[in-house]
Design a protein around this ligand. Structure first.
Ligand SMILES: [Zn+2]
Length: 439
């Protein structure tokens, strides 16, 4: 499933084959340079000029080959050139992320009027969390300088970091979900008929933004990686992030680096199934096969009263994407991008719930099964035209319900269906799952 993105690098290409976000509605809303932050974001002509001078001073002090120097100096030659280069850099790093559900505009391909769709408890929770963050700090996180934001840094780090790092094995507030995540992950590896031995489970969090030598070393790894994609992006990202950290911008987030809004997301990535330029980029960044679970997302399920089920449901959903990679289930005849994405996302909801309800999976009871369905309802979105559209709340609920029914209807409760058999049944059910539902 190739997407017509403008660039062949970084998240753009990664997204085309491998990144499957869980449907975060707001965190990546980065219109370059709309924020006003004394520390980092540049929103006025004066700010742009000041940032450009910083950039030029930085470049002047670098040891560079002549061609690279010429390129970077051209980018810093005028405010207009600087702004234009920033736009290209953001597009390069962020193209894939814009698929994550930011655009909630109504749509040409489907008719939103036919679908019951509205804000869920998750939307209200997100709004409430953002309201508690200092606006300047939030602007820094989402916009940075010319759109090169700490948000991008955190996401690249989640892709690039070594899965076995000791500080990455803890999940939930004070590690409360660590055992459950490890156990469920092991159960998933046993349950599905793919070789999941090479898949790692990593934490998605913002600890690398801390003002400590360890965190600074982690950040340096990302700057180095991104410099291989775009020298300009790497320098600007470094200036953006480091100036914000130095000026204490993190103090504007309740809980500092542990604020949940840094990581209300999750994704699955499988570089082993990437090809061509995509593969080259992933290899260059050292990305290995993984599932990243957002600490903020786990915190959110706790706050919404779905803590014992929501995190397992999300993990099962992400693991289903790994099954899709192995089974080549991303391939489809559907030409509309939003519809194609919704198909694989709804399939992951269905596969995930088949696992959580099955006797050989998590064996959820009736009340917990309902919480599983509510989990998927909550992460539904109404971005019908967005290429990252994951399905409406009702569709996601119905897809999960379909998976639960499949598990319960099996006469032999000790038997786990082959993943391709689950897919064949799901493809038949999809039209009903996505049928218009408004009265
Ligand atoms: Zn997904």
């Amino acid at each position: 499933m190739k997407r017509p993105l403008a660039t062949a690098l970084a998240f753009a290409s990664i997204a085309a084959v491998s990144v499957t976000g869980f449907g975060m509605p707001t965190a990546h809303a980065s219109t370059p340079a709309t924020g006003v932050s004394a520390a980092a974001a540049a929103s006025t002509t004066t700010d742009v000029s000041a940032m450009r001078q910083k950039f030029n001073a930085y470049v002047a002090g670098m040891d560079l080959d002549a061609a690279t120097r010429t390129k970077l100096e051209a980018a810093g030659a005028s405010d207009a050139a600087f702004t234009a280069a920033g736009k290209v850099a953001v597009a390069t790093l962020q193209a894939g992320l814009t698929n994550a559900g930011v655009d909630r505009d109504a749509n040409p391909a489907l008719n939103p009027g036919d679908y019951e769709c509205g804000p869920t408890a998750m939307n209200a929770w997100v709004k409430d969390q953002v309201a508690q963050i200092d606006p300047t700090s939030w602007s820094w996180y989402t916009n940075g300088i010319l759109g090169l934001s700490p948000d991008l840094l955190v996401q690249y780090w989640t892709l690039m970091k070594t899965p076995s790092a000791p500080r990455d094995t803890s999940f939930g507030p004070s590690g409360s979900a660590t055992n459950e995540m490890a156990r469920t992950f092991g159960a998933l590896q046993n349950f599905w008929d793919i070789d999941g031995s090479g898949i790692a489970l990593v934490s998605y969090d913002a600890k690398l933004l801390a003002d400590t030598p360890e965190a600074a070393a982690d950040r340096a790894v990302v700057y180095d990686g991104i410099s291989k994609i775009s020298g300009f992006a790497s320098i600007l990202l470094r200036l953006s992030v480091e100036s914000g950290i130095l000026s204490g911008t993190l103090a504007g987030f309740p809980g500092g680096v542990d604020n949940p809004m840094f990581s209300v997301n999750s994704f699955a990535i499988d570089p082993t199934h990437a090809t061509g330029d995509d593969k080259a980029t992933l290899d260059m960044l050292g990305v290995t096969r993984r599932i990243a679970m957002g600490q903020g997302l786990i915190r959110m399920w706790d706050d919404l009263g779905l803590g014992r089920v929501g995190d397992r449901a999300v993990l099962a959903h992400e693991y289903s994407h790994q099954v899709q990679y192995d089974d080549n289930l991303f391939v489809t005849d559907i030409t509309d991008e939003a519809e194609a994405t919704a198909r694989t996302e709804l399939m992951a909801d269905a596969f995930g719930t088949y696992f959580t309800v099955s006797k050989h999976g998590e064996s959820l009871n009736k009340a917990q099964t309902l919480q599983d369905l509510q989990t998927f309802y909550n992460v539904g979105d109404c971005g019908f035209s967005n290429p990252g559209h994951h399905g409406t709340p009702n569709q996601r609920y119905r897809a999960a319900e379909w998976g639960a029914d499949l598990a319960k209807s099996q006469s032999d409760q000790g038997h786990v269906l082959p993943s391709l058999a689950v897919d064949a049944a799901f493809e038949k059910a999809l039209p009903q799952i996505t049928a218009p539902d408004a009265n």
